[in-house]
Design a protein around this ligand. Sequence first.
Ligand code: NAD
Length: 244
Amino acid sequence: MENRVAIITGSGRGIGKAIAMKLAQENMNIVICDVDETAIAETVKEIEGTGVQAIGIKVDVTNSADVARLFDETIKKFERVDVLVNNAGITRDNLLIRMQESDWDAVIAVNLKGTFNCLKAAAKIMMKQRSGKIVNISSVVGVMGNIGQANYSASKGAVISLTKSAAKELAPRNITVNAIAPGYIETEMTKNLPDNVKEMFLNLVPLKRPGSPEDVANVVSFLVSHQADYITGQVIHVDGGMVM
Ligand code: NAD
């Protein structure tokens, strides 16, 4: 893993930050990108504490000009991009009949268009390098659907089909593209869910506990390693058995 360069979107906190820490512990140089400047600064400091190089860039993944700047600055600093993890994501939950058009648009923009923007920018660089590993963070609800999450589940389902199309297109250049479908993971995103919803999720988990951000980071670490060189276009569930 040494001297490889990884960009992780939405890595100021939560699952993205855990992924950044895990890849840093494996001696990769890290690019932290997020919309939250304070979180970026704190995370970069923590990553530098592990002894690798890190840069932080404020980026809104929905904005293609921001994404172009993210990749330009990464190349300027590190001269290559070996790993992209499309992790930035939001929820705007509501029942279908109450869902505002703006809630639909916002979720599709970050979760789906943001993934497309970064995937496209990374592919251009990785195709020239003739190597690269891309991991898209989807969700179990992208597979099974969920009440109150029509926008979110549609975006995450689309991330899975985007992953498969990209995997087929990029395979000839030795680039793998896989997705992870986390289940119920304890982060800021799920902290404020009503207790009855948390209980409902836990009742669906055979392993009877919520996942941690590190549970997801461990699988990213495997998928971007050379041990996973022959795996592409797959969706790996990290959900305690919720969907099988
Ligand atoms: P989180 O809300 O704790 O962190 C998301 C991060 O993304 C934040 O730092 C936020 O500032 C950043 N972000 C939001 N919009 C952005 C944008 N436009 N551009 C750049 N950065 C942006 O969430 P999390 O729980 O760590 O989730 C991370 C990913 O995992 C998301 O894609 C989420 O959908 C997915 N996921 C989470 C769970 C869960 O249970 N927590 C389950 C399945 C999937």
